[in-house]
Design a protein around this ligand. Structure first.
Ligand SMILES: [Zn+2]
Ligand SMILES: [Zn+2]
Ligand SMILES: [Zn+2]
Length: 160
């Protein structure tokens, strides 16, 4: 992520938090900064480790969990249930609201892509679930695969 993108994402997140009535404290900024710079999904422990690395701050994992909960409520980050890890929302800087995202998770490099299914696709899923006797299903999907970059480098290795 370029420096410009980083600044844009951080200030958009700050605006979102203020709109949601949440202060963007130094600790919260630090936690989000780690997640934005990581570009992969991280666990709360990994985030705490990175916050504390090379600094005299001592951020306990419990504080990180609380901060992550706050950010999740504000749609600034998303939690991946499969991996029990967190990613920065790919749409922080967008003005549109979204409540249902799907996630493509690369099994090789851990890159996570946030995508949206069409309403029809979500309805088809919900209908199939209803037929199976399920109600109130969450349309949050996590799909494992291989990202475009890993697919390309795989191809190169295979051909060389
Ligand atoms: Zn999002
Ligand atoms: Zn967007
Ligand atoms: Zn990948």
């Amino acid at each position: 992520m370029s420096m410009v993108d980083y600044q844009t994402v951080m200030s958009a997140a700050e605006r979102k938090c203020i709109q949601g009535g949440i202060r963007f404290t130094k600790r919260r900024r630090q936690v989000l900064s780690v997640l934005v710079k990581a570009d992969v999904a991280l666990s709360a422990y990994e985030i705490a480790e990175r916050c504390n690395a090379g600094s005299d701050s001592n951020m306990p994992a419990m504080s990180v969990y609380r901060i992550l909960d706050l950010f999740q409520e504000q749609n600034v980050i998303h939690k991946l249930d499969i991996a029990n890890k967190y990613v920065c929302c790919a749409h922080i800087a967008c003005s549109h609201e979204h409540d249902k995202s799907q996630f493509l998770i690369c099994g090789s490099c851990r890159h996570v892509e946030e995508i949206f299914l069409s309403d029809e696709a979500v309805h088809a899923l919900q209908n199939a679930a209803h037929t199976a006797g399920f109600s109130a299903i969450s349309p949050h999907l996590e799909i494992k695969g291989r990202c475009g970059q890993c697919e390309q480098s795989q191809g190169r290795t295979a051909n060389s």
